[in-house]
Design a protein around this ligand. Structure first.
Ligand code: PAF
Length: 277
């Protein structure tokens, strides 16, 4: 497995590849969710490159940039075990060089919805770094997880808007045996806390059950979720949304293929999850 720290080395590697290159951008602390993205890349592409970079521009001052889980040794072991072709581990200065203009201004209509309301800075930072990484890696395919549904919609839209010649592949959420969506931030929680936090998925499934029984009133469906979650003292709901899966416009009446997405705080750890019903 090739390991690159410099943009120039990454670009030089890419130049010699004529076949397909799958790209899986990550912030490390790899788990089975990342592994599924990488396996999908390996299945679909001749070469696979994974980046590990904790992107400061997608964190606000109040957020957990300083404490974000770092497990680089374990991550590299996982990547070697998966026979990944190359890993890119840039420094901040490689991605955001002080002597180069920082004038990326992309935005689309999905930025301010859902996560964007609670984390207004977030998608500006995500699109900025992903765009830079796309420019460096020039992948033919890229792989993102459905756990971050809004991020996936936004990156897919950015690919179209900025004319990147990249095939976007969305991969299903991977869950622990009790249903908790895998996330690097689960590392902040003990095993028993993770088990308690999995009530979020059961809440989503209860909403789904209600829909299947014919309850299509979005306010009532949100109440179903809220009453289940509010029984847990450690969990605070940030939002629950039932929205169009493409435009992310909020609905008042459920309609087929809606995105039901939530963000909660388990103590001070923010977790997100969603299902499409
Ligand atoms: O989903 C993530 O891990 C990050 O938002 C990403 C896409 C790697 C950009 O930093």
């Amino acid at each position: 497995m090739k390991t690159f720290h410099l943009v120039s080395d990454c670009i030089a590697w890419r130049k010699n590849i004529v076949n397909t290159v799958g790209f899986v951008p990550t912030m490390g602390a790899l788990h089975a969710g990342h592994v599924s993205l990488i396996k999908s890349s390996k299945k679909n592409c001749n070469k696979t490159l994974v980046s590990i970079y904790i992107n400061p521009s997608q964190f606000s001052q109040e957020e957990d940039l300083g404490s974000y889980p770092k497990t680089i040794k374990e991550d590299l072991k996982i990547l070697k075990g998966l026979n990944v072709d190359a890993v890119f581990l840039p420094s901040d200065n490689e991605i955001y060089p002080e002597d180069k203009p920082d004038n990326f201004t992309y935005e689309n209509s999905l930025f301010k919805k859902l996560e964007g309301k609670s984390r207004p800075h977030f998608f500006y930072g995500v699109t900025k770094v992903v765009s830079r990484l796309f420019n460096i890696v020039s992948p033919t395919h890229t792989f993102f997880g459905e756990k971050d549904a809004q991020q996936s919609r936004i990156i897919n839209q950015m690919i179209k808007d900025l004319n990147y010649n990249i095939r976007f592949i969305s991969c299903p959420t991977v869950r622990s045996e009790n249903g908790l969506a895998l996330s690097s931030r689960n590392n902040y929680l003990s095993h028993s806390e993770q088990k308690q936090a999995s009530v979020v998925y059961r809440g989503l499934k209860l909403v789904e059950e209600n829909i299947k029984k014919g309850n299509v009133n979005v306010n009532q469906l949100k109440k179903v979720f809220t009453s289940m979650i509010n029984k847990n003292q450690n969990i605070q709901i940030d939002y629950i949304s039932i929205a169009c899966n493409e435009t992310l416009e909020e609905l008042t009446i459920w309609s087929k293929n809606s995105l039901i997405s939530v963000a909660i705080f388990y103590k001070n750890v923010r977790l997100i999850d969603n299902i499409v019903v």
